[in-house]
Design a protein around this ligand. Structure first.
Ligand SMILES: Nc1ncnc2c1ncn2[C@@H]1O[C@H](COP(=O)(O)OP(=O)(O)OP(=O)(O)O)[C@@H](O)[C@H]1O
Ligand SMILES: N[C@@H](CCO)C(=O)O
Length: 332
């Protein structure tokens, strides 16, 4: 029989049956804020900051209850569209499990849409909570290293770039990169974690206004001049040395030509503050996609940052230690 003569048989696809996790299984996850790019390390470099969101997730008998305290309260949805809920449910389903009901309590301190990696931290929280629930219920066994690798892979795939996810997962200063064409391949995202020189402080100037990362990315040109790419590549190499071994080089090392000037029209106040801080000899960069400004400096630089920021309108200035270890989770 030729193929065209064969009767068409439609095989109904049965939805996969997901196994329920035991009611009462509960975990708590803490995830740091992150600052991506650090100037020349666009989409690759990231720093974990000691400003942590905490999420408690408990399997309940039925229904969804989401409570948000702090940042995002009254603004983010508290139904199935909530970012942490969506990611958590999808990660459980990928493992073949479901949570009949779910109680979520989010204590948020990371400001949203300010370039401090709030979306990556929420995604990492959802993924880590799902893995921790599976571990607590005893239905998967994996090492802590396996859990971190899985969370980094999935968070990077969802974000579209790994620069916030890597420090949120591993802490410290991270360099992250993607490999191959298949973003679901277990080896598709790699990162290295380096210790930041102990003299370096991360001072973040946060404005009231938000800027969505998607809007900031839409401002980037498709191509850049070779000279700009060459300068930025050289500075990225230098920045690894400056951040880990010789902070006196930070001002030169944070120069770049790939994204900050191109995005300045969307954050004019940040662009002005950046210029004023750099003219004062401080190593200032746009934090992530903006509009916060990050300054990498020593202890003596902190009051100088406050003084320059104070002369340029309203900024919340936070002097934050580097978070050493990234996401953590515990039962209960
Ligand atoms: N803890 C959270 N819970 C729920 N939704 C969140 C949470 N954090 C972030 N989001 C969602 O992500 C959006 C912000 O993501 P966006 O990528 O634009 O900025 P960002 O991650 O804060 O900054 P950047 O990526 O430049 O560091 C918020 O407006 C909200 O919709
Ligand atoms: N590398 C990203 C970080 C923000 O998610 C960007 O600058 O667009």
């Amino acid at each position: 029989m030729s193929d065209s003569a064969r009767p068409v048989v439609s095989v109904p696809t049965r939805p996969r049956v997901l196994a329920p996790l035991p009611v009462g299984t509960a975990v708590t996850v803490r995830v740091p804020a992150t600052s991506a790019n650090l100037g020349p390390g666009f989409d690759a470099f990231g720093l974990a900051l000691d400003l942590c969101d905490e999420v408690r997730a408990e399997v309940s008998a039925g229904g969804l209850a989401v409570r948000v305290r702090g940042q995002g309260e009254g603004a983010v949805p508290t139904d199935e569209r909530h970012l942490v809920v969506r990611v958590l449910r999808e990660e459980l389903a990928a493992a073949g499990y479901t949570s009949a009901g779910l109680d979520l309590l989010c204590r948020n301190v990371i400001p949203h849409g300010r370039g401090l990696g709030s979306s990556a931290s929420a995604i990492v929280a959802g993924l880590a909570a799902a893995r921790a629930l599976l571990l607590a219920a005893g239905v998967v066994t994996e090492t802590e290293q396996d859990t971190r690798a899985r969370v980094l892979l999935e968070a990077s795939r969802r974000e579209g770039h790994p620069d916030n996810a890597a420090p949120a997962v591993h802490g410290g200063f991270t360099i992250a990169w993607t490999r191959g064409e298949d973003p679901t391949h277990p080896d598709a995202v790699r990162s290295v974690r380096l210790d930041v020189h102990p003299d370096v402080r991360a001072v973040v100037c946060v404005p009231a206004e938000e800027l969505a990362t998607s809007r900031a990315r839409a401002l980037l040109p498709a191509t850049v001049p070779h000279g700009d790419a060459a300068l930025t590549a050289g500075r990225a190499g230098l920045l690894v040395h400056a951040l880990t071994a010789d902070p006196s080089l930070l001002l030169d090392a944070t120069e770049e030509r790939l994204h900050q000037a191109q995005r300045a029209p969307a954050m004019p106040r940040s662009a002005q503050l950046l210029e004023a801080l750099r003219e004062a000899g401080l190593a200032a960069v746009v934090s992530g996609a903006g509009p916060s400004v990050l300054v990498l400096t020593g202890a003596a630089g902190v009051p100088r940052v406050r003084s320059v920021a104070g002369a340029h309108g309203a900024w919340d200035v936070h002097d934050l230690p580097v978070h050493p270890s990234g996401v953590s989770w515990r039962v209960g």
